[in-house]
Design a protein around this ligand. Structure first.
Ligand code: NAD
Length: 465
C-alpha cells in the first residue's frame, strides 16, 4: 500500500499490512502475554509506561520528522509528541488511585459485606484516524494498558510513517513485549481487529463508525465510538467581541480545521453581527498558509485527498445556493502538488447548505446572524452531530443558561475547542457523534474493566429467605 506526502502529492512511502492469519497469531500471542501483565499489578504497569516515556523522549525528533512528513504541519505535531509524557503521567496517577483501593463495604443487609474487584479485558483494539495520528492512537491506549489490558493499535493508513518509529521505542521496553503493538493497514485490518479483540475503541468518521459498530455487534464485544462533529459557537450580544473572534478563529482553523472539535458554524446575535464579522475577517486575513515550507505561516495542507473533495464540494454547494465569500478560498488550491485552504469566512449561509450541516474538516467559518437566544439554541442543535460547542457571553451565568440547552458532550465557555487541550472533563458524545462511556476524565478507565462484586456473608449468619 503506497502512501502520499500531503505537501507534494507524491508517493514515497509504503506499508505492508499483515494478512489475517498473521494478525491472528499476533493477537493470540498478546492474549497470552496479558495474563502476566494483569497479575504483576498496577505499580509494575506504571513503571513499564514510565520506562517507555523515557525512550519516546529519546526518539522525539525522529517521531516529529515522521509525523511532519505525513501531515505536512509542524507545531501541532510537536504538541502531539509533547503530550505523550503528560498523558502517561496523568493516567499513571489516576490509575494508581483507582486500582489501589480494595475495601469491604457493609451493605443494606447487615450481615452481608461487599468487596469490589475487576477483571481487565484481555485485548483492546484501537483504530485511529489521520488528523492527529499519534495523539489519537494513544488517547485510549494508555489507560487501557494501565488497566491491565494488552493493546493492539491500527492507526490510519493515510499517516502511517510514525508507526515504525514508535514500534522501535516499544521494542526497547522488554516489559511491553506482547503487550503493546502497532500495526499498519487500512480498513480491512481495522475490520480484522473487530473480529480478534475483546473491545474496540474507534475514532473516525460516523460512516465508518457504523460499520465498526456492526462488526463489534457480530463479535458481541463492547465498542466505544468517537466520531464526527459539526460544532457550533454561539456569540451573544453581550460577548467580548475581541475575545470571541480570536478564540473562534483559533478553534476553526487550528490544524487547518482538521479536528473533530473544530468550530464549523458561528451564530452571532444580529445586534453585533457586523462588528463581529469585520473583526473576524480582519484577524483571518492575518493568517498565512504554511507554504512553501512546513515552518511558514499557520495553516498547513489538507492531509487527506478525500477531504479536499469534501471541502470543495461543500464550498461549491454553498456558493451555488447564495453564500458570499468574505475572505479565503473559493476552493482548495493546489500548490506544488499539495492542497491548501485559507481561513475562509462565508456569510449569507442557510441550513440547506452542506457547509452548515455536514462535517467539513477544513478551515471554513460560516457565520449566521440570529434574533433570539431560543433561535440560536435551535440552530446549534440542528445537525445530526453532538460532539461539542462553544458559547460566548458577557457573564458566565448567561453563557451557562445557553450551554445547558446545547445537545453536545462538551461546551467551552468564553473559549473554543477546549477539549483539544483539556482531557479531564468527563463527557459523552450526543447523537451521531459517538457512543459509549467517556474517554476523558478518571472514569474513562472503567471502559477497560469488567467489574466484579463479592457478596460475603461474613458472620455466617443464616439468611432469612
Ligand atoms: P475514517 O472513518 O475514514 O477512518 C478511521 C479509521 O478507521 C482508519 O484507521 C481506517 O483505516 C479505519 N477503517 C476504515 N474502514 C474500516 C472498517 N470497515 N472497519 C474498521 N476500521 C476501518 O476516518 P478518518 O477520515 O481517518 O478521520 C476523520 C474523522 O475522524 C472525522 O469524521 C473526524 O471528526 C473523526 N474524528 C473524531 C474524533 C473524536 O474524538 N470524536 C477525533 C478525531 C477525528
Amino acid at each position: 500500500m503506497k502512501i502520499k506526502n500531503p505537501r507534494t502529492g507524491q508517493y514515497y512511502y509504503e506499508i505492508f499490512p499483515p494478512n489475517f492469519e498473521e494478525l491472528k497469531d499476533k493477537t493470540n500471542f498478546m492474549r497470552k502475554s496479558q495474563v502476566a501483565w494483569k497479575e504483576l499489578g498496577i505499580e509494575f504497569r506504571i513503571k513499564a509506561l514510565q520506562d517507555w516515556k523515557v525512550v519516546v523522549e529519546e526518539y522525539k525528533e525522529e517521531l516529529i520528522d515522521a509525523l511532519c512528513m505525513d501531515t505536512g504541519r509542524k507545531w501541532e505535531t510537536v504538541l502531539e509528541v509533547d503530550l505523550v509524557a503528560s498523558s502517561i503521567d496523568r493516567w499513571s496517577s489516576i490509575s494508581r488511585d483507582f486500582f489501589s483501593i480494595t475495601e469491604r463495604k457493609t451493605s443494606s443487609i447487615p450481615f452481608i459485606e461487599i468487596e469490589q474487584d475487576y477483571e481487565p479485558y484481555s485485548l483492546v483494539g484501537v483504530i485511529s484516524p489521520w488528523n492527529f495520528p499519534l495523539l489519537l492512537s494513544l488517547i485510549d491506549t494508555i489507560p487501557a494498558l494501565l488497566a491491565g489490558c494488552a493493546v493492539i493499535v491500527k492507526p490510519s493508513e493515510i499517516t502511517p510513517r510514525f508507526i515504525e518509529v514508535l514500534q522501535k521505542t516499544i521494542n526497547q521496553v522488554p516489559d511491553l513485549l506482547g503487550i503493546l503493538n502497532y500495526i499498519e493497514g487500512g480498513g480491512e485490518i481495522g475490520a480484522g481487529l473487530c473480529k480478534l479483540t475483546d473491545i474496540i475503541c474507534f475514532t473516525g468518521s460516523t460512516e465508518t463508525g457504523k460499520k465498526v459498530y456492526q462488526l463489534a455487534c457480530d463479535n458481541f464485544i463492547p465498542v466505544f465510538l468517537e466520531l464526527g462533529g459539526k460544532d457550533a459557537a454561539i456569540v451573544t450580544e453581550t460577548a467580548d467581541i475581541e475575545r470571541a473572534t480570536s478564540a473562534i478563529l483559533w478553534g476553526s482553523v487550528a490544524n487547518a480545521g482538521q479536528s473533530c472539535l473544530s468550530i464549523e458554524r458561528i451564530y452571532v446575535h444580529r445586534n453585533i453581527y457586523h462588528q463581529f464579522l469585520s473583526r473576524l475577517v480582519g484577524k483571518a486575513n492575518l493568517l498565512k498558509l504554511a507554504y512553501p515550507t512546513v515552518n511558514s505561516g499557520q495553516i498547513g495542507p489538507i492531509i487527506s485527498e478525500k477531504q479536499v473533495v469534501i471541502i470543495d464540494n461543500q464550498l461549491e454547494d454553498a456558493f451555488k445556493k447564495g453564500a458570499v465569500l468574505k475572505t479565503g478560498s473559493m476552493k482548495c488550491e493546489e500548490l506544488n502538488g499539495g492542497f491548501y485552504c485559507k481561513a475562509t469566512i462565508l456569510t449569507n449561509v442557510t441550513h440547506d447548505m452542506k457547509v452548515m450541516t455536514e462535517e467539513t474538516f477544513g478551515p471554513i467559518l460560516p457565520v449566521m446572524a440570529y434574533n433570539s437566544v431560543e433561535e440560536a439554541i435551535k440552530f446549534a442543535n440542528i445537525t445530526q452531530y453532538g460532539l461539542s460547542g462553544a458559547v460566548f457571553a458577557g457573564t458566565e451565568e448567561e453563557a451557562m443558561k445557553i450551554a445547558r440547552k446545547m445537545k453536545c458532550g462538551t461546551v467551552s465557555i468564553n473559549d473554543a475547542a477546549l477539549t483539544a487541550v483539556m482531557h479531564e472533563g468527563e463527557k459523552n458524545s450526543f447523537n451521531m457523534s459517538g457512543i459509549g462511556g467517556t474517554r476523558m476524565g478518571p472514569s474513562a478507565i472503567k471502559r477497560f474493566i469488567k467489574q466484579k462484586a463479592y457478596l460475603i456473608n461474613g458472620q455466617g449468619a443464616k439468611n432469612p429467605w
